[in-house]
Design a protein. Structure first.
Length: 155
């Protein structure tokens, strides 16, 4: 049975690093929303059009992911999935395709996330967004940590 892997966590939690390892272990197609976004639009995190562009890219990546799952290829969506509703939505889509799903939550303290963000922001990147600290701090309050039942594999 093919599996949809959802990478869950805030920026700088280590999602992409873990996803790259999982990609090798599971022979999976890894789809990273930020990498695609930056290739298309550059460092636009503070641009008013950023969120609209992000949604369009997410939809395109899901189209690729769903076809891969239908063809029997494991898929890793390296999106962040901050809300339970979003995670449940993608898990339901996977189930409708006959695929199982797993949530991989990278739980990192706020202090550590800010420390990693400062390091990341000091290095120009073509794969990670520059995110000002004052932009990231409000995200701590809106991020919905997965519950124990969400962390269970679903067939």
């Amino acid at each position: 049975m093919t599996t949809l892997h959802l990478m869950v966590g805030l920026p700088c939690a280590g999602k992409t690093t873990f996803a790259k390892k999982l990609e090798q272990e599971q022979s999976a197609l890894r789809l990273n929303l930020d990498e695609c976004h930056i290739q298309l639009f550059g460092q636009d995190a503070e641009d008013p059009e950023h969120n609209v562009r992000h949604i369009v890219i997410e939809t395109m990546l899901w189209n690729i992911a769903s076809r891969a799952l239908e063809l029997g290829t494991n898929v890793i969506l390296d999106f962040g999935f901050w809300a339970r509703e979003e995670r449940e939505h993608y898990r339901a889509l996977a189930r409708a395709l006959g695929a199982s799903s797993e949530v991989h939550f990278l739980d990192v303290s706020e202090d550590e996330l800010l420390r990693r963000l400062a390091i990341r922001n000091a290095q120009q990147s073509e794969t990670s967004f520059y995110i000002p600290e004052d932009m990231m701090k409000p995200w701590f309050a809106i991020f919905q940590r997965p519950t124990p039942d969400e962390l269970e594999r679903r067939e």
